[in-house]
Design a binder for this molecule. Structure first.
Ligand code: GLY
Ligand code: MN
Ligand code: MN
Length: 446
């Protein structure tokens, strides 16, 4: 197991990331004074979140918005990453944020669910309201959620025009009505002349452009993911099961401080590599096959998403090489399109498709080449408009040949820069030569 505990891997020495920790000029509660106070999770300063709220309020152009901490979708509670993005608070179920940019005095309110001494026994102590709560959360007005209806009524009444701003998302008619939309409608139904305005582009646009500290957090997630893939390449051997290999990967995440995988790890060998969303992991891997590992660690809520496909016995066969190198050429062609102004589908995806089709694999690449990456593995963003610097996307062409028990995908995480692009996962062995050389080293240990 010791091989898993690597903090500064050789292949990534120059990738070591210093996570910024700006000096706080407010006196944050600490020790006993901090107990039970929700505070920004991770290394980003309160000021980062405050500046994001200010940018959102500038873009709202009046009105009042409410953002809930968690959405209940299909009976399961899911953290709303917009709420995290704007507050830094990661696990405040039941909480809500209200932004009222036109208000004369208080423009930002944080609502927390009531304290219940009996739930403290189950969920841990929660602090009462007060100055320490305001300093800890970074909000001048922290209320309990029972005051949310009256604050919304009052702030909407005072806005001009009187409106709730719904920040999205827009969902299909079979999905439950999002809570924020439901609440917005109920608020305006009680104020004659008030209405709901849709502004669902603002947050995806803000979140799509990553700042320096966000890029560093994604980089950290990618570095851990790279270490996990290197460990997997060195550990794999015929006779091992997919779940044993998944354990090597996920143990590496944990051993390097990642709290959890950013999404359900995909480890598919032989025929399973050709199943795009293969979630099982029970198969025994055989000599002569490849295994496709599509995995990503999470670091401070930010996701990595990298795929490597490698031979279980350490050497690619002739046919596997041919298919692999076609995918690699498609990957390179897509990368060459990565620059400000490029369109995800028309430029980047089509460049990969062209290579794959010209090699005779038409219809063997049934998914898109790219998606946005950030707080969510499939992050929000506006895909129809030209790319801008600060956007992180994946490049992930693949060829899937179920009749040959073969699926190959190569996925990297790419930052769009002023002059073009930077592959954040470039240090993770990708070419046949790099993978075989690493696996030859690993075979000594196997
Ligand atoms: N891991 C999911 C994806 O590659 O999009
Ligand atoms: Mn992936
Ligand atoms: Mn992906």
């Amino acid at each position: 197991m010791t091989a898993l505990f690597v903090s500064a891997p050789l292949w990534a020495q120059d990738m070591e990331v210093v996570v910024p920790h700006e000096t706080r000029d407010v006196k944050m509660p600490s020790g006993d004074a901090a107990r039970g106070i929700p505070m920004p999770d991770g290394s980003l300063d309160q000021e980062v979140f405050r500046a994001r709220r200010q940018r959102l309020m500038n873009a709202m152009d009046g009105g009042v918005a409410v953002i809930f901490a968690a959405e209940r979708i299909g009976g399961r509670s899911r953290q709303n990453m917009d709420f995290y993005y704007l507050t830094g608070l990661a696990y405040e179920e039941g909480a809500a944020l209200v932004l009222a940019p036109q208000a004369e005095t208080w423009k930002e309110y944080l609502f927390l669910k009531p304290v219940n001494p009996e739930s403290n026994i189950w969920d841990g102590e929660r602090a009462t309201l007060g100055r320490a709560m305001e300093l800890g959360t970074g909000f001048g007005k922290v209320y309990r959620t029972n005051r949310l209806p009256s604050v919304l009524a009052k702030t909407v009444r005072a806005s001009d025009p009187m409106e709730m701003v719904y920040l999205g998302p827009i969902v299909g008619y079979t999905s439950p009505v999002p809570h924020a939309l439901d609440v917005a409608r109920k608020v305006v139904a009680r104020i004659p002349g008030a209405s709901v305005r849709l502004a669902d582009r603002i947050l995806p646009e803000l979140r799509q452009t990553k700042d320096k500290s966000e890029i560093e957090l994604v980089q950290r997630a990618i570095n851990i993911t790279g270490q996990a893939l290197v460990n997997a390449m060195q550990a794999v051997k015929p006779g091992m099961t997919e779940y044993e290999l998944k354990l090597v990967i996920e143990n590496t995440f944990r051993a390097n401080g990642s709290r959890r995988p950013a999404f359900g790890s995909i480890v598919g060998s032989g025929p399973n590599g050709a199943i795009l969303h293969y979630r099982d992991d029970t198969r025994e891997m055989r000599d002569g096959e490849v295994v496709l590992c599509d995995v990503g660690a999470e670091w401070e809520q930010y996701a990595a998403d990298v795929t490597r496909t490698f031979p279980i016995n350490g050497r690619f066969s002739k046919r596997q090489r041919e298919v692999y190198n076609t995918v690699l050429r498609a990957h390179r062609a897509a990368l060459q399109q990565c620059k400000p102004g490029a369109l995800l589908r028309e430029d980047i995806h089509m460049a990969a498709v062209k290579v794959i089709e010209e090699a005779g694999f038409t219809d063997k690449f049934p998914h898109g080449t790219s998606h946005f990456l950030g707080l969510q593995v499939h992050d929000v963003g506006v895909s129809e408009v030209p790319l801008t610097p600060g956007t992180i996307i994946t490049i992930e062409p693949g060829i899937y040949l179920p009749d040959e028990n073969l699926g190959i995908r190569i996925e990297d995480d790419v930052l769009i820069t002023q002059s073009g692009y930077r592959i954040l996962s470039n240090h993770i062995p990708r070419t046949i030569e790099e993978i075989e050389a690493l696996m030859a080293k690993g075979s000594a240990k196997r």
